[in-house]
Design a protein around this ligand. Structure first.
Ligand code: G3P
Ligand code: MG
Length: 243
């Protein structure tokens, strides 16, 4: 079972920033998940929310702020004063940081609330420029976005994020054309559908695993990977449970 750092090792360092990603690498994770949004000047920045207020000292929406303005913000102090001066990374920066390591980079296209026209093409172009397409898994809650990814790139790995139900996915003929690599259900959806989906050939990566009993459930369902903000803790529990 792969351990994927959710927004980096986000329980121990500020999410979606260099310290969280560095910590994930030190934690020897199998993968790192990040979220991308588009700025006013159409740059891809790594931040979870559509607005800046929660994780930076800025205010307002990402789509209404330029990348230069966002780069001036502090994205670390809200988590802990010792991270003061940490910035919101561009996707390109994260690609450079992870390039030397053998890990999956899960890039969540945060286009479920705002459609961010052209985001898919931009992400795939940047991955291509960095020769990192094979390392990436593109995920989204928006099915249409994964359809666009598939049209642009016939083989890039894609994952569909689900928070309400997995049932529509059992109608295989409706989804075949997307060639999804994986399904990423909310942990609350881990039920017998997961076994059926696994038998249909999908990899299953539930999010977000915070507690021991959730992790044990993931082990029982033999999921392929988990998203967790505490990879170290998760790995320790896996070791204790499986040895
Ligand atoms: O990729 C799984 C997870 O990141 C989806 O939810 O809101 O944490 O981005 P969220
Ligand atoms: Mg995410």
């Amino acid at each position: 079972m792969k351990v994927i750092a959710h927004r980096g090792s986000s329980q121990v360092a500020p999410e979606n920033t260099y310290p969280a990603i560095r910590r994930a690498i030190q934690d020897h994770v199998d993968g790192i998940e990040i979220d991308v949004q588009l700025t006013k000047d159409q740059e891809l920045v790594v931040i979870h929310d559509e607005w800046l207020n929660r994780t930076t000292n800025g205010k307002g929406f990402v789509f209404n702020t330029t990348s230069a303005q966002i780069k001036k913000l502090d994205a670390g102090s809200w988590f802990n004063k010792k991270y003061k001066g940490t910035t919101v990374p561009l996707l390109e920066e994260v690609l450079e940081w992870v390039k030397p390591y053998s890990l999956e980079l899960h890039i969540e296209l945060k286009n479920n609330l705002l459609p961010y026209k052209g985001m898919e093409e931009k992400v795939i172009r940047i991955l291509n420029q960095h020769n990192l397409e094979k390392k990436a898994v593109l995920s989204s809650f928006r099915r249409e976005s994964l359809e666009i990814c598939r049209k642009i790139h016939p083989t890039i790995r894609t994952g569909y994020l689900c928070w309400s139900t997995l049932l529509p996915l059992l109608e295989q003929s409706e989804w075949d054309y997307l060639h999804l690599d994986s399904i990423h259900p909310h942990i609350s959806l881990l039920d017998h559908e997961v076994t059926l989906l696994k038998n249909m050939g999908y990899r299953i990566y539930p999010y977000v695993i915070q507690r021991k009993h959730e992790l044990k459930k993931c082990l029982r369902y033999q999921v392929d990977g988990i998203f967790t903000g505490s990879p170290n803790k998760a790995k320790q529990i896996i070791r204790e449970t499986t040895t």
